[in-house]
Design a protein around this ligand. Sequence first.
Ligand SMILES: C[S@@+](CC[C@H](N)C(=O)[O-])C[C@H]1O[C@@H](n2cnc3c(N)ncnc32)[C@H](O)[C@@H]1O
Length: 387
Amino acid sequence: MSELDAYGALAGTDKSSSVSWCWDYLRHYEELFRPFRDQPINLLEIGVASGASLAVWTRYFSKAQIVGVEINPDGARFAGERVAIRIGSQEDPGFLHGVTVEFPPTIIIDDGSHLAHHMIASFETLFPALLPGGVYIFEDMAFHFEESDRRFQGAAAHQGLSATPIYDYLNKFMRARAASARLPADSWGFARYAFEQIDSVTVAGGFVALRKKAPRDMTQPIAVFERELAQGGGAEAAARYAEFLIKHDVNLDRAAALVPGILAAAPRDETIMITLLNIMLKLERFDDASEIANHLARIGPWNARYWDQLAMIERRRGRPELEAAALRQLIALQPNSAGNHLRLSELSEDSGDLDAATGFARVASELEPGNIDFRNRVAALAERRAG
Ligand SMILES: C[S@@+](CC[C@H](N)C(=O)[O-])C[C@H]1O[C@@H](n2cnc3c(N)ncnc32)[C@H](O)[C@@H]1O
């Protein structure tokens, strides 16, 4: 039995594994709540009833401010040291907003009416106010699956005024997480916000917990990489470390400082060179990027991507003759790409070589006869040459 579960049993809450309906939430919550145990957070719970769960939170968390939201004015009697009670309904967005302004929450537990339209309205008001890394919990989901009988109100009653059952509403977020970065294309408004902000979904007997995204703490992984290097990790480890820093946009100076060592030690390995190229581009070190891209183009001259990248890098360096040379190599590999001919045409025009500019524009136009822009370009260049 977990410590939190024992506190729950002592306080007589059915969130524990032994009281009344014993939903058995607390052993799971302990994992979700542990990082905040000694932090000065605000925990907001909708539904106070007899104050049992408030007593559990006060006992488990050493510094948290506990905030109970309750429709029944009688709930006010549970206010005390580190416990505030705010009387109002969870379906009132103005009221809830006011509570979050007063107590910006890190943990929110919806144990209120359990009506789907209330749960959704509360979530859509409260989730944006949840602090990064915070947890939002929907409790007693099982009510939404039950047949109604004399003892239970049943699923239909719990759906309340909502057009969709609560599990269908939440299922969208589970699907979105399972689909990783591939967000539904048609999501907008609150749905889009939630898809982007929910970092993980935890489902266990009777509850659903959504964790909100937070900036990552890089201290530990950076310590691992540094240790690896100190123990002679070599050029590949250094390149992976630099790649990691660049990807997460942290310690870019450290990434830059690693580069000379990698270049000196790396056996000109293609994978490491590609990593280094990405690092140089991110650091906008285009001279170094040019050197690496040239190397890659030398070892993989059949790879159009290398020439394409080299052409773009030389453009950033303001070296049109080198850009043109890379483009010519690219065209040799992809003779049917109108876009490449157009790029060369524009470069030739910039350098004042109108004959070459017209020639390349004409090839582009022949490759894409339906493209009116290409045709207009050929005509305009011809006119300038004639004039
Ligand atoms: C299940 S009890 C809460 C139990 C408590 N969290 C515990 O574990 O000890 C539900 C509570 O929600 C309150 N409630 C019902 N509808 C509400 C609403 N619309 N807004 C706020 N509280 C509501 C009820 O008055 C009741 O006290």
